[in-house]
Write a protein that binds this ligand. Structure first.
Ligand code: PLP
Length: 411
């Protein structure tokens, strides 16, 4: 049913592919089908006990955690975040130049609302997280896609950016480690982005939320640390992925005082502050030692790394699928062109014939075609193995039917 009261901004928003697929999964399950869901963007692990204990303590302790915190966030949390940004990222961070947000997502929304005007253009590296496009549009600005090269070499050249910069370009949004490709942007790619930003006086929005989920020796580098970038970069991060705290909704943004002051105005009117019990839990999460394999981050990363290997190798062994092992993140992003299907056909085939839900790469924007995104953050390795096996078996049956000259399965 059409909404009677509907803004133009919302009318133009495309519903997220995840939501659409979620509805199809629900319908299939309701009619008795066993569907394996490999689309979730968060690890399906329990939040570590140390973090939960801190939340219990906050609830039991006193009223301070039952009321609003400072809008910018608890001072203790902002202090440990600033220490982390200084110590680990080399960003000259100050607790006063930080806002604790309702997940990384709210931080990016604050930036698009506080920094963009209608008609402004924002360069989005695609394929990319679908929310960027929506948040830029909600601010009345226009997303401009810069397709990344997913072949294996550098993902981006200076010419790729230069070809899309106009007098209306206001900002570049980048995400490293990168969802959905699982790549960590290297020095060369960061230099290209920083060079264009300095040359054209652009704001850079850097989403680093997958920072702790790097499984190789690829080095995550914050673009804010490159020459001339601190004054034009907003750095976003959060606790959802590395600490398995997606439902707690805590993130943060760091930037220059004038930008942060403007974002704080939006934050105050929109949400007042992030959940205060969750803020205290996040304080202990970030303060916990990494510790050789026993630290809480290391534990979650090791569990995910094991699942990454399992899924990537099993997918790569399927005829028609080429799956590089992702350096980082929560997803495999295999090239499925060798199956003779495009990415939407392949995702439909997986759901209809294998009862496995995966997302078509083109849902993440230009450059994602011929790929699908397969999440490996499921708690159960048995379910992951089974998911890939179902895809293999369905493809084998399809190839066999084609060999007998039978029509392809409808999808
Ligand atoms: C690249 C990226 N940024 C941000 C988010 C959202 O994170 P949060 O839960 O902190 O809002 C996600 C979640 O999937 C993501 O993949």
């Amino acid at each position: 049913m059409e909404a009677k009261w509907e803004s133009e901004r919302v009318r133009e928003l495309v519903p997220s592919a995840t939501i659409d697929l979620g509805d199809r999964i629900k319908r299939l399950r309701a009619s008795g089908h066993d569907v394996l869901n490999l689309i979730s963007g968060a690890p399906e692990f329990d939040t570590p006990t140390e973090i939960k204990r801190e939340a219990h303590a906050a609830i039991d302790e006193d009223y301070r955690y039952m009321t609003y915190s400072l809008s910018a966030g608890l001072e203790d949390l902002r202090r440990v975040i600033a220490d982390k940004l200084r110590g680990e990222n080399g960003i000259d961070a100050d607790p006063e130049h930080l806002i604790v947000t309702v997940g990384t997502k709210e931080g990016i929304a604050l930036a698009t609302q506080a920094c963009l005007d209608p008609g402004d253009e924002v360069l989005l590296l695609t394929p990319g997280w679908v929310t960027y496009d929506a948040l830029v549009r909600l601010a009345g600005a226009e997303p401009v896609s810069v397709p990344l090269r997913t072949g294996g070499g550098p993902m981006l050249t200076g010419d790729d950016l230069a070809a899309r910069i106009t007098s209306r370009t206001r900002a570049i949004l980048l995400n490293t480690p990168h969802n959905p490709t699982g790549r960590v942007l290297g020095e060369a790619e960061l230099d290209v982005i920083a060079g264009a930003a300095r040359r054209h006086d652009l704001l850079v929005l850097a989403d680093e939320t997958l920072e702790y989920l790097v499984y190789t020796n690829a080095r995550h580098r914050s673009i804010a640390t490159l020459p001339g970038m601190a004054e034009r970069t907003l750095t976003f991060n959060g606790f959802s992925k590395a600490f398995s705290m997606a439902g707690w909704r805590v993130g943060y943004v760091h930037g220059t005082p004038p930008l942060v002051a403007n974002m704080l105005k939006v934050h105050q009117h929109l949400v007042t502050c992030a959940n205060v019990v969750a803020q205290r839990a996040a304080t202990v999460a970030l303060g916990a030692p990494e510790g050789g394999g026993t630290g809480i981050r290391a534990g979650i990363r090791a569990g995910l790394g094991e699942r990454r290997d399992l899924v990537a190798h099993a997918l790569d062994a399927i005829p028609g699928i080429r799956c590089p092992v992702p350096e980082a993140g929560l997803f495999c992003f295999p090239d499925i062109a060798g199956t003779g299907m495009d990415d939407r056909e392949f995702a439909d085939f997986c759901l209809d014939e294998a009862r496995v839900a995966v997302l078509p790469g083109s849902a993440f924007g230009a450059g994602g075609e011929d790929h699908v995104r397969i999440a490996f953050g499921r708690r159960s390795t048995v379910a992951l193995r089974e998911g890939v096996e179902r895809i293999r078996a369905a493809l084998a049956a399809r190839a066999e039917a084609a060999g007998r000259g039978e029509p392809r399965a409808a999808h």
